[in-house]
Design a protein around this ligand. Structure first.
Ligand code: 5GP
Length: 175
């Protein structure tokens, strides 16, 4: 499959993703039985994952969206825009950051710091995908769906220059 100048092949089917999302939701529910967590999906990439994940959660919870980005094209620019969104007070809350993919961990580290400064009681993360750099740097992510190396992926909310977010499966760049 081609998106603009790049070639992609199927990597994770919608069916595999669905099963993994249900398993992640199950673990979260168990850990947060007596709490009312606030899910904090990081837009834009995690909208589809967050929607499917939160539908599986049956304990009381809140959802608040934020936006931050360090990517332009397929390479991390290393420059982070500020955290925008979170209209409600997050003071004293148990936050679960919902990330589509964690690569260098810069985005996640920055958001976690900001949330702790805002007085969050606890901050954890659920990431559908984790790349090698975050694994090697031991960026704390409590719930991880799938591991990959440094390949670029699209689909299930993830884009390449704005395209491919609508795909049900996750595709990996070839070559
Ligand atoms: P980090 O700050 O961890 O380096 O980058 C995290 C963000 O970069 C993710 O939330 C996502 O938006 C973007 N990103 C990282 N790897 C990929 C990838 O393989 N594909 C796409 N589409 N976005 C990625």
């Amino acid at each position: 499959m081609k998106i603009k100048d790049l070639e992609f092949k199927k990597f994770l089917t919608a069916d595999r993703i669905e099963k993994k999302v249900a398993a992640l939701a199950g673990r979260i529910e168990k850990d947060y039985q007596d709490k009312t967590p606030v899910f904090l999906p990081i837009l834009n990439g995690s909208f589809m994952f967050a929607s499917d994940l939160i539908k599986e959660i049956t304990i009381p919870c809140r959802v608040s969206f934020v936006k931050i980005s360090s990517y332009s094209g397929t390479l991390s620019t290393g420059q982070l825009k500020t955290l925008i969104g979170h209209d409600e007070s997050l003071f004293g809350t148990d936050i679960i950051i919902v990330e589509d993919i964690v690569d260098t961990g810069l985005t996640l580290t920055k958001i976690s710091e900001e949330l702790k400064n805002l007085g969050a009681k606890s901050v954890e993360c659920v990431a559908l995908l984790r790349k090698a750099p975050a694994r090697e740097k031991n960026v704390p992510i409590k719930y991880v769906g799938f591991e990959l190396e440094t390949e670029f992926v699209v689909g299930y909310g993830l884009d390449y220059d704005g395209l491919g977010r609508n795909l049900r499966d996750i595709h990996i760049k070839v070559g």
